[in-house]
Design a protein around this ligand. Structure first.
Ligand code: UDP
Ligand code: MG
Length: 320
């Protein structure tokens, strides 16, 4: 595998008008840098003429690699495939519809050289409709930075630059490309953001509607859980379990006292039902946490994946 400076990863899905102008812009932004690079276009199962155009572009420019999916797997999968195939020391991802501007790439690279592992784009000002895109996106970004503790203004921006080690370390599912910074941060990467240009879509249509917001929230739940508790599930499930079980137990004690010392009838009381329910739920949560602990061990030990990330090792001899 020959070494290479840059890999550009572009997910494309039914963007027949956009790809060619975008490639021209990419080439004219990249050539002056004097770096070796490849452009990886991932055709996410397009049903229009996108693939024909991509294969023609590949014929005329050997630095262009085309990956064609068998069907539409989604933007996250397309980005993941591009990252997996990338050979460059630095990987840059951007949208295939031309909304991201390739002329931002040099600035992203110099930002990365300031000592970061990932520079995430912040589309500003954002050229999308207000009610259906910008507003939900602002709210989602607030919630995401609050929950993940990674303070970014725009996690939905595909345009970003990351070092190869970071790119290869990512495992992406669902619609999780927007959580790349949060996932990388959890693995110890140094993260920053940078304002980038954003342009209105000139051709084709957006592949997403308002329903995306809901999926983002659900993905956020997964990410939050995995980032905080993947290696210690019992800490969260056990906590909820103990709280619920203890509440149920106390209610049970109260009802028992009523019955034994005050001779009250407790058989028909809703409180009894609640106490039993809480104790049950408590046991279930704890069992779920224990199962989670087993899964965590299977996950890490089956693939020899440590639960930590080492930055450097000084010394230790040859045996390493
Ligand atoms: N995309 C993709 N697969 C999909 C949906 C989108 O590869 O299933 C690509 C699309 O071609 C574009 C990028 O992801 O290059 C962003 O999509 P879009 O412009 O529709 O999103 P928006 O900018 O509206 O958020
Ligand atoms: Mg777009």
């Amino acid at each position: 595998m020959d070494p290479m400076d840059l890999s550009i990863v572009v997910p494309v899905y039914n963007e027949e008008e956009s790809v060619e102008p975008l490639i021209r812009e990419l080439l004219s932004a990249l050539d002056p840098l004097g770096k070796s690079y490849e452009i990886i276009l991932v055709d996410d199962g397009s049903s229009d003429g996108t693939y024909t155009i991509l294969s023609r572009l590949h014929q005329s420019e050997r630095r262009i690699t085309v990956l064609r999916f068998k069907r539409n797997f989604g933007q996250t999968a397309a980005i993941a495939a591009g990252l997996a195939h990338a050979r460059g020391d630095v990987v840059i991802a951007l949208d295939g519809d031309g909304q991201n501007d390739p002329r931002d790439i040099p600035a992203l690279l110099s930002k990365l050289d300031e000592g970061y592992d990932l520079v995430s784009g912040w589309r500003f000002p954002r050229e999308d409709a207000f009610w259906s895109r910008r507003l939900p996106s602002t709210i989602a970004n607030r919630v995401i930075s609050w929950m993940t503790q990674v303070k970014l203004h725009d996690s939905g921006c595909t345009l970003k630059a990351l070092r190869r080690e970071v790119a290869k370390d990512l495992k992406l599912y669902g619609d999780m490309h927007r959580f790349i910074p949060a996932i990388a941060y959890e693995r110890g990467a140094r993260i920053t953001e940078m304002k980038v240009h954003h342009r209105p879509r000139r051709w084709g249509t957006s592949k997403y509607g308002i329903a995306r917001t809901l999926r983002v929230i659900l993905d956020l739940l997964t990410v939050k859980f995995l980032l905080s508790y993947a290696t210690r599930p019992l800490h969260i499930f056990g906590l909820v379990g103990i709280a619920s079980g203890a509440a149920g137990f106390l209610l049970g004690v109260y009802l028992t006292v009523q019955k034994l010392f005050y001779f009250e009838e407790i058989g028909g009381r809703p409180l009894l039902l609640l106490a039993v329910l809480l104790i049950f739920i408590g046991f279930q949560f704890i069992t779920m946490g224990l199962l989670g602990e087993m899964l965590a061990r299977t996950y890490h030990e089956s693939q020899n994946k440590p639960t930590y990330v080492i930055k450097e090792i000084l010394g230790g001899g040859e045996s390493r």
